[in-house]
Design a protein. Structure first.
Length: 223
């Protein structure tokens, strides 16, 4: 864990999938399309939920045992569905716009740091009229699956010109968010309404855990 001193926080970085929007349906449908095209069977919707959140390269490699060339091909197939349909099979979590508005009004500088391609993240946030809450929307370059969550967070902080890490906190729903934040020397608030369980967040060392968007930097429960 890293000390979370709320009195010093000026910048809030958010994960996208599972933190701001419920994107499971579009991601699961994209994986179903991809696996069908590849002739891979035995994965139902519930089992595919584990693919929601982690970077695509890690999901295909870890859960399906694909090598690098197979992963690259699978991602291309996945995106033929996602870019056309899956991207907007998505919805904003209840309370997110209100929380973002409250925090912005309070003077916090907010940004998105996601393992999703930046071009897709921007389209989603514009579609749901959330982009105006953020100073920056940082994701991976389309086609560059090698970037880790830690690298995305580092890039986000660099683009925001952040020098004092005690002023920054990450908000996310999976262990990737927590570990990525900690590798950058910043704390992470875990949210339980996304795709990661409280147990996953605790095991990863979340510095605080909250149950709904209104609790972010407000009245969250300490780990």
């Amino acid at each position: 864990m890293i000390t979370l001193d709320k009195s010093k926080i000026k910048y809030i970085l958010y994960d996208l999938d599972g933190t701001l929007t419920d994107s499971a349906r579009g991601i699961v449908n994209s994986f179903k399309y991809c696996l069908h095209e590849l002739g891979i069977e035995g994965w139902d919707d519930k089992a595919l939920l584990k693919f929601v959140g982690p970077p695509l390269q890690e999901s295909f490699g870890a859960y399906l045992g694909m090598d690098e060339s197979e992963v690259d091909n699978a991602i291309k197939i996945y995106r033929t569905y996602y870019a056309d349909k899956g991207i907007f099979e998505n919805s904003v979590y209840d309370g997110v716009p209100e929380a973002l508005g409250r925090l912005r009004q309070a003077g916090y500088i907010q940004a998105v740091a996601t393992s999703k391609p930046e071009v897709y993240a921007k389209k989603i946030l514009e579609k749901f009229e959330l982009s105006g809450y953020f100073e920056d929307i940082c994701g991976i370059p389309l086609g560059d699956e090698s970037m880790t969550k830690a690298q995305v967070i580092a890039q986000s902080m660099e683009r925001l010109g952040i020098e004092d890490k005690s002023q920054v906190v990450m908000v996310g729903d999976r262990d990737y968010d927590i570990k990525g934040a900690h590798l950058n020397g910043i704390p992470c608030i875990g949210v339980t309404y996304g795709y990661g369980s409280r147990e996953e967040l605790e095991s990863a060392g979340a510095d605080e855990i909250v149950n709904n968007p209104s609790e972010i930097l407000h009245s969250g429960s300490s780990v």
